[in-house]
Design a protein around this ligand. Structure first.
Ligand code: FPP
Length: 253
């Protein structure tokens, strides 16, 4: 299945569930503020909730879960917060790997990984290697990720092929761009969930979200649990995805 395919959704206990789901884990800071806690406590609660989301998505039959963990813009946060986030990533993948293994979850990363601190790059390399044969679900962690950066990189790779005479400009297609994104084998998300009430993509999966359904929840990320996920899937199951064409009912008439 390629990224540009129209994905088929699974049917779990009568509920249509996306094969590929994107989640923007937003609201950790506000969650902490409401409790008079430091922002780092919010990120820690967010990490615990990511573990829960993985378990719930695995049980629902989601095959690819892409989460936005750190954007190319997040470097502008205070140095201390960036440092604590990097430490938390390392801790999470070391601490929870046995649980991810039990759930059959393969871990992959998407983004400008080479620019991350050495310790994080090592954790990424180890995490990807030790989970590579797990089959049930893929957790794709967008780290130092930016949708525009991803498109920029793809354009550069293609431009180099033109420069070296391997292809002509006329040979460039949408598929070629898709094939040059970070993880071309991961299907485009049918559904993107954004907690904490904000209605924007914030540079997440810009190329891949062309036909994604969007679902926004008022719950802050650490509070976004099984019930909210089920609500999102129920709502998604009712949506009529037309991809610029007609609905199946209109086609029949
Ligand atoms: C946005 O909320 C969240 C982030 C920038 C970090 C996301 C990270 C986690 C959920 C930690 C766990 C991740 C992994 C991969 C272990 P915010 O801090 O901007 O919240 P706010 O908008 O309420 O301030």
């Amino acid at each position: 299945m390629s990224r540009s395919d129209k994905n088929k959704s699974y049917d779990t206990n009568g509920l249509k569930v996306p094969v590929s789901l994107g989640v923007i884990m937003d609201g950790n800071g506000r969650w902490a503020k409401k409790r008079f806690l430091p922002r780092s406590a919010g990120h820690r609660a967010g990490a615990e909730n990511l573990k829960e989301l993985c378990r719930n998505c695995g049980r629902y039959g989601v095959k690819y879960l892409t989460v936005y963990a750190f954007s190319t813009e997040n470097w502008s946060r205070p140095e201390d917060e960036v440092h604590q986030l990097m430490e938390l990533f390392v801790e999470f993948f070391n601490k929870y790997d046995p649980e991810l293994e039990e759930e059959g979850i393969r871990v992959r990363f998407s983004g400008d990984i080479d620019a991350l601190p050495e310790k994080v790059r090592q954790t990424i390399a180890i995490g990807e290697e030790r989970s590579k044969n797990r089959q049930k679900m893929q957790l794709i962690v967008a780290m130092n990720y930016g949708g525009r950066r991803e498109i920029e990189n793809a354009a550069r790779k293609i431009a180099l092929k033109v420069k070296s005479g391997q292809i002509e400009p006329e040979d460039i297609t949408e598929k070629m761009l898709s094939d040059n994104m970070y993880l071309p084998d991961v299907p485009d998300p049918e559904l993107i969930i954004r907690p904490s009430g904000e209605m924007r993509l914030s540079n997440f999966l810009l190329w891949e979200s062309a036909y994604s359904e969007l679902w926004v929840s008022d719950a802050l990320w650490p509070d976004f649990g099984y019930e909210e996920l089920t609500n999102a899937f129920r709502d998604y199951a009712r949506r009529d995805r037309r991809f610029g064409g007609l609905s199946s009912k209109e086609e029949e008439s």
